[in-house]
Design a protein around this ligand. Sequence first.
Ligand SMILES: Nc1ncnc2c1ncn2[C@@H]1O[C@H](COP(=O)(O)OP(=O)(O)OP(=O)(O)O)[C@@H](O)[C@H]1O
Ligand SMILES: [Mg+2]
Length: 235
Amino acid sequence: MSTALLVLDNVVARYGQIEALGGITLEVGAAEAVALVGANGAGKSTLMKCCMGLHPCASGAVRFQGEDVTRRPIFARAVMGIGYSPEGRRIFPGLTVHENLLVASRDRDGGRARAADIYDIFPGLRIKAAALGWALSGGQQQMLSIGRALMLRPRLLLLDEPSLGLSPLLTAEVLNRVKDITAAGTAVLLAEQNVHKALSVSQRAYVIQLGRVTRASTSAELLASRDLAGALLGM
Ligand SMILES: Nc1ncnc2c1ncn2[C@@H]1O[C@H](COP(=O)(O)OP(=O)(O)OP(=O)(O)O)[C@@H](O)[C@H]1O
Ligand SMILES: [Mg+2]
């Protein structure tokens, strides 16, 4: 059996009659950054939801740290060390930045200490600690969403479309943190529309098309493809 941190073994997922994942097999190693790239509707978000337990696997298995977690509930996976920053961020608009972080912790003192670490990773959040969620810019909300997902010190961060709605400058700023996060020991599985940037901050990549892996390679190799767009579309 693979010793990778996360393993998806032939995962199938459906929405009613629609097959969103048609048998996905992939792995993420410890402290590795892996990009998931593919067109809209390819199944990237569904794949992440299956990892977190937010969407059921119709068949196949999800293993984390060697344990089969396919049927485990969301909170059990969070406690085991899977963090999730969803597409669209989903921060609490009526809570302050600091409260948004603390609600994701298990106890208040540990939460305060960990929030201080998060402010070190994202200094822009520290100065906004008392601001309400709704009053943050898109980039700040994204950093808060990532910070919240890091509160329980996950071994793996599922990061879904962090650049959605951000300017190119902010996109670069947010995606550059992926390297800091992996350097601190947390692996990252990154779904991202900004393919060039995603490939430049990851070590390996999977191309997903209509719920299947059509290419698996190093990010550098995919980035150097003469026809990157063609590779993404399977041409
Ligand atoms: N709640 C849902 N009900 C029905 N079908 C869904 C639902 N969510 C996703 N799908 C379908 O499942 C497939 C995969 O969608 P998914 O959101 O996982 O793709 P994605 O790669 O994340 O796309 P995007 O780049 O737009 O975020 C698509 O055909 C989509 O229409
Ligand atoms: Mg998506």
